[in-house]
Design a protein around this ligand. Structure first.
Ligand code: SAH
Length: 290
């Protein structure tokens, strides 16, 4: 194992040096040099020759080449043209012909069809790319994120990790923590540790319209994590389409008068409201939220 690690690190450095590449941290370029973690990531994806894998930010192909061995096809989207060219040449030299390489920004490019996702993500796009994934139908995703981000994805009600992100993901996907990856597993080493998580889409989630109202209520509430929901909504009324404080207050009073449960929910603090209860609030406000 140690020897393989040395060789993956050496191989990576050599490829970068030979091509005169200096990695750019602003593009989230932290390349995996830990062969043990690479093997684990590939194994978690449970690949067969029926799978088409989407990979975001393949870099010089550390995961890509292993994915291509096990899957039917890999679609890899790399934004950095110099890196894209290196990988393209490397795949050709190694005679790998089941990788479709796309040079572009993964947040903007349309994804071709796929059924699994495996990526060591560029961390600066963690949030938009995760929500983009969840607008597609797929079996599972094995993804590396910054550790803090991964913890917030899976934040439990009442903890400091419970966040807008946790609440937004709750109805879209099951999030399972798989393994930690330390800073030293990358070149250059990032400032923080990483974590690999598995996302499994919840296919019976919610309807689009309900989720829209939910998203707005979540955004308003989590701007005031420690306030009572009622005050959080009033303070962030612009997020749910209200300009006038009095107007929202009187609407809430009306709704509360007809619904004892809403009254109780709105007295709870944001971080103590589980996603199901936030959804109840959102549904009761749905006709008025804009
Ligand atoms: N998977 C490789 C590289 C991870 S670093 C490994 O594990 O070693 C992340 C990669 O994503 C970098 O190569 C970076 O150039 C690329 N990248 C950054 N922003 C991107 C974007 N918006 N779309 C596609 N690729 C991006």
């Amino acid at each position: 194992m140690a020897q393989e690690n040395i060789s993956l690190a050496k191989e990576t450095k050599k490829i970068l040096q030979d091509n005169g590449i200096r990695l750019n941290k602003n593009l989230g370029q932290n390349y995996l040099i830990d062969d043990f973690k690479r093997k684990k990531i590939i194994k978690y994806a449970n690949l067969t020759k029926n799978d088409t894998v989407l990979e975001i930010g393949p870099g010089i192909g550390t995961l890509t080449i292993k994915l291509a061995e096990e899957a039917r096809k890999v679609i890899a989207i790399e934004q950095d043209t110099a890196i894209f060219n290196i990988l393209s040449e490397r795949l050709e030299n190694e005679g790998i012909d089941n990788v479709e390489l796309i040079n572009g920004d993964a947040v903007k490019v349309d994804f071709p069809p796929f059924n699994k996702i495996v990526s060591n993500l560029p961390y600066q796009i963690s949030s938009p790319i995760t929500f983009k994934f969840l607008n597609h139908d797929f079996d599972l995703a094995v993804l590396m994120y910054q550790k803090e981000f991964a913890e917030r994805m899976n934040g439990k009600v009442g903890t400091k990790e419970y966040s807008r992100l946790s609440a937004m993901l709750y109805f879209k996907a099951k999030v399972d923590f798989l393994t930690h990856v330390s800073k030293e597993s990358f070149i250059p080493s990032p400032k923080v540790d990483s974590a690999v998580v598995k996302l499994t889409p919840k296919k019976d989630g919610t309807n689009e319209e309900d989720f829209k109202a939910y998203s707005k209520v979540v955004k308003a509430l989590f701007q005031h994590r420690n306030k009572k929901a009622r005050n959080a909504l009033i303070d962030s009324r612009n997020q749910i389409g209200f300009k006038d404080k009095k107007e929202l207050k009187s609407l809430l009073i009306d709704l509360e008068d007809n619904n004892e449960e809403l009254k109780e929910l709105l007295l709870k603090r944001t971080i103590t409201l589980p996603p199901e209860e936030i959804m109840k609030i959102a549904l009761l406000l749905k006709n008025d939220v804009k």
